[in-house]
Design a protein around this ligand. Structure first.
Ligand code: COA
Length: 293
């Protein structure tokens, strides 16, 4: 099965400018690479300019596209406004915003300081709000015909999750923002959608979320009905589709790409997949015997 293949036709994003927050590494970098391959200009942002410059250079060489590294802490609105201005100065316009920058601490909630909780809310919820508001105001003021916001959330945005409570709280807010603005800003030609990825291992997040031998102890692929983790290109394919004009009628949607992971945890009888085939024969006989009494 060729799930690592590239989905969209050549030049699907030709002439578009896209900003990817947190684009210097991990999943943000993977999505940026594919946008560049499809002909887009991409500005990548994070706090670490040196890392961004390295990534931009690497991706430009690899793809032949133009990648602009811009230092920006999304927690600060003035930095977001400056980032938008720098993007416009370089490319003349911007068409897409991918709110990908995130932070997460895995921890019992009572061990977190108030500042630690705030730090995650500020990056994920306030950072997404800052970028969305600045870009939205710009698109509305300049009467740009078409533009698109894509937010990276998580499946625990709607289920909640123990031990990542600030992240769950913030992502739930981002999902509400996605759906709200999909309706409110549609009249300005701004679409808003979200992706909820399941396990897509990256060095940075994975080492932080599951340090030491936790990675081996909690083999994420075992939690997934399809029994594997995601490949970065699968996520990049979906993101490129949602940014591209091919998804022009998709608005206010959250698309889960997790191999069925969250539903496996949700279904009341899902644990029964541990019952071997022979035991089903026995169980069926027992159930049928009860019925006939
Ligand atoms: N568990 C609990 N609290 C933690 C923590 C941890 N692992 N790491 C830091 N904190 C606390 C700090 O002690 C501090 O609180 P305090 O002032 O009350 O002591 C607060 O969180 C802020 O820490 P600080 O290091 O100043 O945060 P920062 O703003 O520099 O960076 C992150 C925060 C999340 C961005 C940073 O850890 C990071 O770069 N992470 C990598 C990105 C990431 O998390 N990606 C995952 C995406 S899913």
């Amino acid at each position: 099965m060729n799930y690592k293949g590239k989905m969209l036709q050549d030049n699907a994003l030709k002439g578009q400018t896209i900003v990817v927050t947190g684009g210097g590494s991990g999943l943000g970098k993977a999505m940026t690479r594919y946008f560049l391959e499809l002909g887009a200009n991409v500005a990548i942002t994070s706090r670490n300019l040196e890392k961004l410059q390295g990534t931009a250079k690497e991706l430009e060489t690899e793809t032949g596209g133009i990648c602009l590294p811009l230092q920006c802490d999304v927690r600060h609105y003035d930095q977001v406004e400056a980032m938008l201005k720098n993007t416009l100065d370089k490319f003349g316009k911007v068409d897409g915003l991918l709110n990908n920058a995130a932070g997460n601490f895995i921890s019992p909630t009572e061990r977190l300081s108030a500042n630690a909780f705030d730090t995650i809310i500020d990056i994920v919820l306030k950072g997404t709000k800052n970028c969305t508001l600045a870009f939205g105001k710009h698109w509305i003021d300049t009467k740009q015909e078409q533009s698109v916001i894509l937010n990276i959330v998580t499946t625990y945005a709607w289920t909640g999750s123990a031990y990542v409570v600030p992240s769950a709280t913030a992502k739930a807010g981002v999902l509400a923002m996605t759906r709200s603005l999909a309706v409110e800003w549609a009249k300005y030609g701004i679409r808003s959608n979200a992706i909820a990825p399941g396990p897509f291992p990256t060095k940075g997040a994975w080492d932080r979320l599951l340090p030491g031998d936790l990675k081996e102890k909690f083999d994420m692929s075992k939690k997934v009905p399809l029994q594997r983790v995601g490949d970065h290109q699968e996520l990049a394919n979906l993101a490129a589709y949602l940014i591209s004009d091919f998804s022009a009628y998709v608005n206010g949607e959250v698309i889960t790409i997790d191999g069925g992971e969250w539903l496996k945890g949700a279904g009341q009888f899902n644990l029964l997949d541990q019952i071997p085939e022979q035991m089903w024969d026995m169980l069926e006989q027992m159930i049928r015997a009860k019925k006939s009494k």
